[in-house]
Write a protein that binds this ligand. Sequence first.
Ligand code: FAD
Length: 467
Amino acid sequence: MTSVAIIGGGITGLTAAFELHRQGVPVTVYEASNRVGGVIESIRQDGFLAEFGPNTILETSPRIGQLINEAGLQSRRLDPDPQASARYVVRYKRPIEMPGSPLGFLTTQLFTAKAKLAVLREPFVPARRDGKEESVAEFVVRRLGREFLDHAIDALVAGVYAGDPAKLSVPQAFPKLAALEAQYGSLIKGQIFGARERKRRGEVAKDRAPKLSFDEGLQVLPETLRLRLGDAVKLRMTVKRLVRLSSGWRLELETGQSVEHRAVLFAGTAYKLAALEFQGEPAVSFRRFSEIEYPPVASVVLGFRREDVKHPCQGFGMLIPKIENFKILGTIFSSSLFPNRAPAGHLTLTSYVGGKRYPELAALSADQLYKLVCDDLRVLLGVTGKPVFAHSVFYPRAIPQYVVGYGAYREMMTEIEQKAPGLFLAGHYRDGISLSDSIVSGCKAADRIAASLKSAPSGNPQPDAAV
Ligand SMILES: Cc1cc2nc3c(=O)[nH]c(=O)nc-3n(C[C@H](O)[C@H](O)[C@H](O)COP(=O)(O)OP(=O)(O)OC[C@H]3O[C@@H](n4cnc5c(N)ncnc54)[C@H](O)[C@@H]3O)c2cc1C
């Protein structure tokens, strides 16, 4: 028999645990907080459904659908309203729909003629071949021009990473963009010719991937995985030290208890990994992972009477570039995206505040946040009345920034796994920041662990009966 400890009951850890459990490998999940899901947080109140962390899963890999089916969640899956595909970007202080076709691009008011020409010239801009790791800002200005950065990509980067395009690295944060330039010499050419390649690999481009959620929000997924795992999930159990044994690992918990396992997966956050102590030979240090920055974000979910909002709010939502001088980073039209997010005659808007752009604003009090968000929504969406539903959640450390140089941290993670066989690292700090990346990361970690258990001689410690 073999047993695996999973540190962290977010989606990465639960996915890995569920996959191993299905294969008959005994697992125990140690989660520091009193709930599973990590940053996934959904609440239902007064007919509104508020989603504070991620809002949607992008089905970029077949493993996501498999996980949903194996967890028995097919009937609870929600697909977005097909009418809600429009995405808006703010320019001239109003949301403008992003073009969805080449003709739409030529006629949109989102970009000036000069910016459109710069984009049309992109296939002729020579690919960079000197190996320099560029920031997103440098890359976009070089290939598509300054206006495209300021009025489109800046907003996208705030929406995805709550990040700063001048700091994030193209190959680390947007590896597919870097690969398109390297392989096809151009983003536009790569977009066209790469589609066939992706189909062959069974992958779906993020901008085309189906979005999904569940009837009672994304929290349904971690909660169901927890139910399927039963007693294997231990809440309020913070792992503070890993001790390497001759045939496995001892985990020392904050409670003073210790448990032994054959293998360990760390599926927490980079800053919690940095705080983990390691004892054993050869020595391993996690301390440098404390350098990985996670800016703060506040999620503000407001419900309004339909007649109090002028804009139809039909679509995914709006992104706001810094240059437009609003306080919010963007807003998701939550109740247009999925049914049952608001009572009849109402709508739900989820806005994000803070990030790298305005970190100090994320920590404002709930009332200050509601006012700040309402002030922006008044101008942008014609909101007149007061919200009839208001909730916010503050994430002091929300999303890791894959900045220029982040590859060094990833190399360290690989080196640690080589130096300490039986210790595995996975999740948003290593394999991509999105929910779908985290699910795939959890699946792949389970594959690696299962393979290593099969190939290693056994003599396996079992979980401590005290926990
Ligand atoms: C505000 C916000 C909005 C987002 N929006 C989207 C979106 O719309 N779409 C999308 O795809 N992605 C989105 N993301 C990103 C995505 O949600 C996350 O990357 C993903 O959920 C991370 O999952 P995880 O399991 O790797 O980490 P986490 O969710 O951070 O879970 C890690 C868990 O490990 C536990 N832990 C850590 N250390 C220890 C320890 N020593 N002992 C025991 N337990 C420990 C923690 O308590 C935590 O529960 C968003 C993130 C945020 C914060």
